[in-house]
Write a protein of this length. Sequence first.
Length: 422
Amino acid sequence: MSDSLTDTERAERLRSLRRMLVVLGCFFIFVQVNRSSGGVLASYLGTHRGLSPTDIGTVMGAMFFASAAAQLPTGILFDRIGATRTLLVMGLVSLVGIVVFALAGSTWGLLAGRLAIGVGHGGVITAVYLIAMGWAPPDRVAQATGTLVGVAGGIGGMLSTTPLALALEHYGIEGTFLALAAMTGLVMVAIRLLVRDGPTDSGAAEPSPQETLIQSVRGLVEVMRMPELRRIFIMGICFTAPFMTIGGLWAGPYFAQVQQLSHAEASVALLVLVVALHLGTYAYGVLDRLAPSRKHLILGGVALEVVCLSVLVIWPTVPMLAAIALLFVFSCAAPLFVVLAAHARKFVPRQRAGRAIACINLMGLTGVFLLQTGTGAVIDMVRVAGGAPETGFRLVFLTVIAVLVVTASIYSRQPDGPQAEG
């Protein structure tokens, strides 16, 4: 937002941003239902469809694999046709995926639907971030994005726990996800009518028409090869994978099998974790403006995650309330995206911002796929070997800790900004 604006113009832009964030927030609610439904769907698919832990991990992780694969082309689209148009085009792909998932009668059908959903939803947070960049002052972008992701994502996350479990019980996958597709489509119409990339007088909404496709691809390669961003990209592996592996997939089975909760009780525990995740997202948006170092803020969050999971590795049968408390703190510390994206933004020009953030998403979503499918295989091996359920979950927690420690160790050598190099 330009410093030359009058107070009236600045106030009008902020009002416009708030209106668009409400519409985008409604869309993100439904996106988050798909992303955060793994814990409930894992129990449902295991009980009602007879899927093994490996099958469940693959079906749930497929969405994140597809999102990862879509990051690079989506990053180019962001910088060529703009965030809003890209959001709508990819949203149509996700609608098809939701319908396929709803109507699937086999594991392969479920897999195909999740893949399409992943492609369509892969760039949503990046789109929100870029639209906020077009309307908000630079020092408010992370807070605006964090607020939307925290509030709307929190609502979507809550809907993906107990309400989703009840809907599946009464209407099954078909009725539940066809209704989700219909509501998503309605919000996309509102986005088409009400959302723009930026004020028409600022040029923020204009993509880069002078750049050819070949130049766009070269620009993407340049961003991927930037040495200043490599450690940030490595840390990107953990911007969402730890929570989506534990809170988004295996926490439900953990509460049911180790803590002996019913499916309904486990869904309430998952609700607590989802609320914590989005409280953390909002808090990181605020702390991004207050903390003297984004790197230290991220490393502090990682340290909290490691401490909480370490307790569960040592004592997986910890009393139920203590387990929920530990995973609550873990979930609050987990959502690193807005701070990591803001850190990366300091190293790239505006016209490369979409591609830089897409690269972070690529790493993070690839991490989700690998961790979800890998930990599913680990739990399956323990089960086949006759091991106790807590042994499998102990190995899941330990695997996530190892990934967090390795990525944070590499990222710890990242400078806070271009001027801090050396």
